[in-house]
Design a protein. Structure first.
Length: 348
């Protein structure tokens, strides 16, 4: 029985996996990860597991975790060959989610999978992830790059990630203190964030717009790919100054399906549609897709990326505080008793 000699033997590279490219990527992303270091990180990236010590200031820390991807917004990134914003989207989807329970994001791990590793593209994506971590004050302390030949078409990749945060047990925000008369504030979104992109892509297919054309001051492609806004720092600061009773990250399902997640069954949020103006991107999508109002509110954030519920007495102070930290804030409506058979959030 003969053994193949070194010249004819197969290697991992012959099977489509480039170990050197993977090593090059790790070296390329180290500086980005380093910029996200914060108290609690023990050791850098590269270990089998990432170590993090819960800050000592927590008396009874409760860990809060969230995981997500970027959805079919990635398909648009491939089409446009624009990879610098989806990393921030990835972080935002998880850190905004854990924030609503009062959690301070501590650390983040990402998973990047592709058929053939393009180091430059992957490094651009991870740089965006690190930017998202900086914006939310959490450390990028680990991740996984998986090169899997024949699993993905050339030039395509998938992204997933998860965030872990901590909240003092006595300060968990669960919406239980919300009562009729409380005020719902809305923080402006930066665009479609990372939801509804299967419909966005369908509308682009039908409308066939020039994606390089000017759209209210910037190319349409940049408006469509604008990264998800990260609300962590302004809202953590707000929680230090007054009582935030409930928050809802407005993602898939829109305002009508996300606000009810923080309301008890006997309450409903009465949202006034004229409290804010539908941003140009959503007007364009609605017009070109002939999308009904109810469908718009169920699929897209429609310009509101985060809802914050406070008492009527705190509403003015909360609004001023958030505006001072750079947010655009709308007084969306109020909480009231729910009538039988009524939806838990009504936009009228």
């Amino acid at each position: 029985m003969s053994h193949p000699n070194e010249t004819s033997g197969l290697s991992y590279r012959d099977a489509g996996v480039d170990i050197e490219a993977g090593d090059a990527l790790v070296e390329a992303i180290k500086p980005f990860a380093k910029k996200t270091l914060r108290d609690g990180v023990l050791g850098g990236i590269g270990g089998f597991g990432a170590l993090f010590e819960v800050p000592k200031r927590y008396k009874e820390p409760v860990l809060v975790s969230g995981t997500d991807g970027v959805g079919t917004k990635l398909k648009l990134a491939f089409t446009l060959n624009k990879h610098d914003t989806v990393g921030q989207d990835l972080v935002a989807m998880s850190v905004n989610d854990i924030l609503v329970q009062g959690a301070e994001p501590l650390f983040f791990l990402d998973y990047f999978a592709c058929g053939k590793l393009d180091v430059a593209t992957a490094a651009t994506v991870v740089k965006g992830i690190a930017q998202g971590c900086e914006l939310s004050g959490c450390a990028l302390i680990g991740g996984e790059t998986a090169e899997m030949p024949s699993m993905y078409p050339d030039g395509e990749y998938d992204l997933a990630g998860f965030a872990v945060g901590a909240v003092e047990k006595s300060k968990i925000i669960d919406g239980k203190s919300i009562v009729p008369g409380d005020v719902v504030l809305g923080l402006a979104s930066s665009g479609a964030h990372s939801n509804g992109y299967s419909l966005v892509r369908k509308i682009i297919e039908v409308a066939k717009p020039d994606l390089d054309a000017d759209f209210h001051g910037q190319p349409l492609r940049d408006v469509l790919m604008a990264p998800t806004r990260i609300y962590v720092k302004p809202l953590l600061a707000l929680m230090e100054t007054l009582t935030v009773k409930g928050m809802a990250h407005i993602t898939g399902g829109g305002i009508v399906e996300n606000i009810p997640r923080v309301l008890q069954d006997h309450l409903t949020a009465d949202i006034k549609q004229d409290a804010w103006t539908l941003p140009p991107l959503f007007q364009w999508l609605q017009e070109h897709g002939k999308v009904a109002d109810a469908e718009m509110h169920r699929v897209f954030n429609c310009g509101i990326g985060m809802a914050v519920i406070v008492s009527a007495a705190d509403a003015d102070a909360a609004l001023k505080h958030l505006e001072a930290s750079g947010e655009t804030v709308y007084r969306l409506g109020t909480i009231r008793e729910r009538k039988e058979g009524e939806a838990q959030t009504i936009v009228s």
